[in-house]
Design a protein around this ligand. Sequence first.
Ligand SMILES: NC(=O)c1ccc[n+]([C@@H]2O[C@H](COP(=O)([O-])OP(=O)(O)OC[C@H]3O[C@@H](n4cnc5c(N)ncnc54)[C@H](O)[C@@H]3O)[C@@H](O)[C@H]2O)c1
Length: 488
Amino acid sequence: MSDLRSGSLAPGVAFITGGARGLGNAIAVSFAREGARGVALVDIQDEATFKEGKKAVEKYGTKVICITADVTDESQVERAVAEAVKEFGRIDYAANFAGISGPLTPVVDTDTALWRKVLEVNTVGVWLSMKHELKQMIEQDSIDVESGRVSQRGSIVNCASVNSIQSGAGSSGYTASKHAVLGMTKACALEARTKDVRVNCVSPGFLRTKLLEEEFKKAIGSEMLGAADNDAAWGGFEARQVRSRRKASFDEVGDVVVLLSTPRMSLVVGHNLVIDGEQRQVDICQYTMYPPSMQGPARSRNETVDTSKRFSELYFGYASNLSPSSMKGRCPGSIFCGLARLDGWRWQINETQYGNIVLSAADSVYGALFFLSPRDEAGLDESEGVPWLYDKQTLEVERIGADGKGLGQRVQVMTYVDEPRTAEGKIMPDYVVWISKAIRDATPYGLPGDYVEKYIKPYLPEISKEDEEREIQMVRVMAPRSRPIAAG
Ligand SMILES: NC(=O)c1ccc[n+]([C@@H]2O[C@H](COP(=O)([O-])OP(=O)(O)OC[C@H]3O[C@@H](n4cnc5c(N)ncnc54)[C@H](O)[C@@H]3O)[C@@H](O)[C@H]2O)c1
């Protein structure tokens, strides 16, 4: 007899909350394509959306029922489970994907009722769904499993998000709700594993569903999401989704949920499977929300900056950010006011793999001086790192002239310093392009040639013509790398 596997991967019955559209529907389609005999789409959508969602799944010959139920209402969840069981006799795979984004506003400006609502749908809704799915699953027999493998009465996959392990300014409700999903998943997994039910969660990155549409409309141009429009906002998020900078497709999430639901994943319990094309590697120490100024000059926020607002501190952007035009692209609402030298420091790529400056008695760092707009400063706060990684410090710099020589004028500036993490790192390829362009752009403004020769050029590999012409989407990109930077 052949040991090769054949037949349907997921022949059982799937119960999917939020299943009428978006990722929930993509999961339903994936189940259908893997041979599910039945799918229950549970949602609060209108008839047309349900109809479209149902059609997409039925295309693969799977029987679909649509159940209108609000996951925040226990009696409705209970009824939904009962209806699915009445139709199909059991639920083998549950995917709890009903969710909302909630307001994208700073805590101090957030309506408390709206904040509670996010928790109600994303956390309480998932908990209620788990509760009643689990009740059903532990009562039923195992689905067929391969000989020698443990039985599986059911599998539950909850929808968390990359916000279950990181955060973004303006997302306190959503982040709290998704951290909670991860916590509940772990606790419930421990209870359910002894009853042959596996509970896990998944954390998708950014997919352009309708989830964020309404909130993006409200947040566009705000301090939380300074993008000029929806496309610009999504462009920034999607650019970080996968290394190849392509968009992620919904079925890439759907397929993961199906695979995670099969009894072949028998040893995977209480797991948070991140589906983000390594985006969190980029962001793990950073906030998820990058201001458009971080996406290069092409996506400048000039139009959305409120110039009537005061400017904040004088900011010193050093190292790879020293080029006036790079800084201008990054901080479009700010005013460039020359170059400066900071004595007693040197720049390096540290173990977080981001450029930063560290104390070094005999060295100097050159950079651009800017009066930051409040919005750009907020953006830098996010992009420069979270407080436990980087210190916001006040330092004294000397202004330099077009010839690179000191003017004798010393000014207090604000900058970000990474003191505790001083180990050497490596320069990322994207960083190389950025730095090379920054040097080229800064030279006419008086960046001293000997500084470039001594501190920067030795560590930069040649950049290809293709890279040279590439529009830089991000300043900070983590990827495998070429050459380590030597200790200065
Ligand atoms: N799109 C993304 O980038 C992304 C990333 C990470 C996680 N997620 C999560 O994926 C899940 C699905 O979201 P989506 O992106 O497909 O958005 P979506 O808005 O297209 O789908 C969410 C669905 O949930 C339903 N829903 C909302 N409240 C409900 C309630 N009280 N009861 C029943 N159904 C309800 C909606 O009607 C909708 O059909 C959410 O939990 C979301 O937080 C999405």
